[in-house]
Design a protein around this ligand. Structure first.
Ligand SMILES: Nc1ncnc2c1ncn2[C@@H]1O[C@H](COP(=O)(O)OP(=O)(O)OP(=O)(O)O)[C@@H](O)[C@H]1O
Length: 550
């Protein structure tokens, strides 16, 4: 790619009146062919230099301009299935049209796609316009939110769901799985709504998430994506659930509902929600929803979804073979998309483990990181229980750190406040339990500290996945003590699979150095909480003034 040709063009600041604002020569001096080539080159260069896809591509800008010029007309052409000839020409770029191109893209992305009759991936969001008549308003909403190019999982998952296929999708943390299920869901709803009158609208989409924070985050993303599309989505929080229970709200008020399992089951039991019209079902963080503590609830939701046309998708960064087996049991000919390695963490996270001996050693280690400049905010610290999260919070508060704590015993308001302060940078460090380990998208977290070793390799992948998101770099440090001899093996396995052996002591790098955990032992570790010593170095009398009840 001739990057320098384009970058050096217009380097002279002498600007005659014949020259355009970007200092390029006037168009009349160039042939149409030259101009076309130059435009294509600019788009390519834009893409090559725009590592985090933060710039709007010219191609897309042009589609937007056309749209703005003739908004209504375009939409009606779209409805009639007509296409604007000019924009079709422009859309020729970044298309995947052959199996060979698909193979190349899949090698580049590290994607493995299996199943019967697999559709070609997409090379760009614009590709969706010609192949699936993607709504231009939806494309505009993507661009306005700076989603310019599809990530690997989006390239594969979106066409599968638009073709109405059941889907098992596994891709690294922070790689854009949310949009991978929201874009086709929204487009499918746009298509269905075109065929009916406003009064006949019915609830069509259901998204299940294991935590309230994640459900709310998904709904926020959905609201941004559906701007000007006349699509109603609702996060089933306490207040909305009570409106359903008192029959002040009916299912057909919404096109999509995002919820945690228990809230929904409560309404199913009271027969105040009608799920028989739902056509698209997504289980986000599916492996957690298919684990024994959630399985009964998941099953009961599934039995209320009676529409024979129901399309099901499951998404997670960690999908075990047991979960896949369960998924196959409820799906029809699903397509399986795996991005990267199933057992690995996101490759942009630098992982390290630190041996601390005992509990006292952990406090010494964290203070050492703080004092030696390794604690670059924003930082998230994970602990195994609410009591331990509270105890560490009071220790670090005593040290004068700008810190807060989130756990299941804090009120929804306190949790939301802390999250907002953390997001705006007012708060530097958030201490939490596994309640925030999955799906939560804090932008630009620099460091995740596992103060307590997570109890499974999946929990480890999700916790450290709060950093290193959307192409950014991140760091993860895990403390371990003599009590963690078995538990740390889960972490070591993920580090090995992710090529991060530099972050472990040299003697551990040899694969034969540590005996493997049996399946039984892994299961036991997941179920039981390790007994740990108290977190405290400062006598209570000294702490009194700063001690806060949390
Ligand atoms: N196509 C895109 N271009 C640029 N940024 C994107 C794109 N798709 C998603 N993102 C951004 O990437 C970040 C991570 O996305 P998302 O939360 O969907 O990740 P995820 O794969 O679901 O992660 P997790 O497994 O932790 O739930 C978000 O901030 C999102 O806005």
């Amino acid at each position: 790619m001739d990057i320098f040709r384009v970058l050096s063009r217009g380097a002279s600041l002498k600007k005659s009146k014949d020259y355009k604002s970007d200092f390029t020569a006037p168009d009349k001096e160039k042939s149409t062919n030259e101009l076309k080539k130059e435009k294509e080159l600019e788009i390519e260069v834009d893409k090559e230099l725009d590592f985090f896809h933060s710039k709007q591509h010219k191609l897309v800008k042009e589609i937007e301009v056309e749209k703005d010029d003739d908004n209504e007309d375009d939409e009606s052409k779209e409805e009639n299935g007509e296409e604007n000839e000019d924009s079709t020409k422009k859309q020729k770029l970044a298309k995947i049209t052959t199996k060979e191109e698909a193979i190349k893209l899949r090698i580049h992305h590290g994607s493995k796609v299996t199943g019967y009759d697999i559709p070609l991936p997409i090379g760009s969001f614009e590709d969706l316009i010609s192949r699936f008549k993607l709504s231009k308003v939806l494309l505009q909403n993507l661009i306005h939110n700076n989603f310019n190019d599809p990530t690997a999982i989006q390239s594969e998952a979106i066409p599968c769901s638009l073709f109405g296929r059941d889907l098992i999708a596994c891709a690294p943390t922070g790689s854009g799985k949310t949009l991978a299920f929201l874009i086709p869901l929204v487009q499918n709803i746009i298509n269905s709504n075109k065929k009916i009158s406003k009064d006949d609208k019915k609830l069509k989409g259901l998204i299940i998430s294991p935590t309230k924070e994640l459900a709310q985050q998904i709904n926020n993303q959905l609201i941004k994506l559906t701007e000007n599309l006349n699509i109603n989505s609702g996060y089933l929080n306490k207040s909305l659930a009570s409106k359903f229970r008192s029959k002040n709200v009916k299912s057909n008020k919404f096109d999509v509902i995002v919820t945690t399992p228990l809230r929904l089951i409560d309404l199913i039991k009271n027969e105040t929600i009608d799920l028989s019209t739902v056509e698209y079902l997504v289980f986000d963080e599916a492996d957690s929803l298919f684990q024994s503590d959630f399985l009964e609830q998941t099953d009961s939701i599934l039995s209320s979804l009676t529409n024979t046309k129901l399309i099901k998708s499951i998404f997670s960064a960690t999908i075990t073979s047991h979960v896949e087996e369960l998924a196959h049991g409820i799906m029809t000919d699903p397509i399986r998309v795996i991005i990267g390695l199933k057992e690995a963490a996101n490759s942009s996270i630098e992982q390290k483990i630190i041996y601390c001996g005992d509990e006292h050693g952990k406090l010494v280690a964290i203070r050492d990181i703080i004092q030696n400049g390794g604690f670059k905010p924003p930082v998230i610290i994970f602990l195994q229980s609410i009591d331990r999260a509270k105890a560490l919070f009071n220790e670090l508060l005593y040290d004068g750190l700008n810190v807060d704590v989130i756990h299941a015993e804090r009120t929804q308001k306190q949790r939301e406040d802390a999250i907002n302060r953390f997001k705006t940078g007012e708060l530097w460090c958030l201490i939490t339990t596994d309640v925030l380990a999955r799906g939560i998208d804090f932008k630009g977290i620099n460091l995740v500290i596992n103060y307590d070793v997570p109890n499974s390799s999946q929990a480890y992948v999700h916790r450290i996945g709060r950093t290193g998101r959307a192409g950014r770099a991140g760091r993860a440090i895990t403390f371990y003590t003599k009590e963690d001899t078995d538990m740390i093996k889960n972490v070591i396995n993920v580090m090995r699979a992710s090529g991060q052996t530099d972050g472990m002591p040299e003697w551990m790098r040899d694969e034969t150095a540590l005996s493997k955990l049996s399946k039984d032992r892994k299961r036991k570790l997941k179920r039981e909480q390790l007994e740990r010593g108290k977190i405290s170095t400062v006598p209570k009398a000294f702490k009194k003034r700063k001690f806060r009840k949390v």
